[in-house]
Design a binder for this molecule. Sequence first.
Ligand code: SF4
Ligand code: SF4
Length: 419
Amino acid sequence: MSASLERGINAFKEQIDAPIATFFDSCVHCGMCAQACLFYTETGDPIRTPIHKLEPLRKVWWQEYTFLGRVAKMLGLSKPVTDEELTQWETLVYDSCTLCGRCSMVCPVGNDITYMIRKMREGMAVSGHAPEGLIGATKRAVTIGSPMGVKLPALQAQIGHMEKETGLTIPVDVQGADYMLLLSSMEIMNFPEFIGAVAKIFKQANVTWTISTEAFEATNSGIQIGVSEIAAELVQRIVDAAEKLKVKAVISPECGHAYMAIRWEGPNLIGRPYGFKVVHILELLDQLREEGRLKTTGKETQRLTYHDPCQISRRGGVVQQPRSLLNMVAEDFVEMPDAGTMNWCCGAGGGVSSNERADELRLKVFNRKKTQLDSIHPDAIVSACSNCRIHLEEGLEEYHMEIPVLSLTETIAEHLAED
Ligand code: SF4
Ligand code: SF4
C-alpha cells in the first residue's frame, strides 16, 4: 500500500464518527437519494446515486468498525480499498457532487449524505485524489488569499471604480464599524457592481460598515477540497481581521458556499465561538426592510423568478428573506417548480466550477434548471450567489436560452428611493 493511500485510509477512519457509522448502518437501499440528485436524474447513470458515491468510505467503515466486516477482512474475503478504486471514485465525489444537500432532505432514514461526502473528501484529498483545478484554487487561497488569485491591488482598483460610479466612499479598514463585508473573488472580478450596490443601500439605511484589506475573501476552498486544516486557516484569517477591527458582525456576500463556511462550519473548524455575529447580506437587507430602513421605489414589470442557491436556502435557511425583498421590487414574481428548500442546484457549487474536468458534466446537468425554467418562462432570473450567477449564464448560453441573470442586492439598489 502506498504512503498516500495509507494516509487516505487513515483519514477515512478518522472521519468515521458516530453519525457516519449510524448513517451507513441505517441505509435501507431504497434509492430515493438518486431521484433527488441532478447528477443522477440528468445522466440516468446509477453510479451517480448519492449513497454509491460513498462506497470506499462505506467499505472502510464495514471492514474497520463492524464485527462481520472485520472477520471478512481478516479471512481475506473482503479486499482493502485500492488506489484504483479511489481514482475511480474521485470523479464521483468531486465532479458529480456540489454538496447541494438535496439528497439529505429526502432520505427516509435521515442519512445526511452531504455531510458524509464532505467528510469523504478529507480522505480523498490526503490520498492525492482531488482534482487539479481544486488543488490549484486551494493553493492560491492559502498563498495569495483568493482561490482566483485576486490580490489587494485588484480589489482596490475595483473599489476605486465603484467610488467613481456611485460618488460614495467605500470604507476600508474602519475600526469599530458595525459590519465587515466579505466578498468572493468572483464578485470582485466579475460583478464589482455588487460593492457599489451595498454602498448605496448602506448609505440610505445608515449602516456603518467596512471592508478589511487583511481578509476580504469570503470563499473557502479548504471546505470544498476537503482539508479541514486549510479550511480552519482561511476562517481564522477572517476571524482575526473582524476581531482586530472590532466589528459587531461579518456579512457573507452573494456566495453560497462562503455562507456555509463562515456561518455554519467556521466555529467548529477553529474550535471556538466568534466574538461577532455572521449574517448573509440578504438577512441584513431583510432586517433593514423590516426596520423601515430600506426604502424602494418602482417595480420591475418583467417576469422575475428566484434561483435559490443551495447553501443559502436549503442548507442556510435563508428562504423567506429573498422573497420578501423581491416582492418589494417585482410586480410579477413567479416561483419555479420545487422552489425554496427543495430547489435544484445550478450544478456548479461545492468546487465543481473550479474543476475543469467537470465542465461538460455540469453543463449537462444544467438541463434540470432548464426544465424548471421552461415551465415558467421568466424574463429574468434573480439569484444571490455569484458562482450560481456565472454558471446560470453559461448554462443558459449552452441551451440557447436568452434570459438575463440578476443579483438580488443589485436589483434592490437599482430601486432605492431617493432620500
Ligand atoms: S449533495 Fe447534491 S449533488 Fe451531492 S450527491 Fe447529494 S443531491 Fe447529489
Ligand atoms: S435515500 Fe437514504 S436509505 Fe435510501 S438509498 Fe439513499 S441513503 Fe440509503
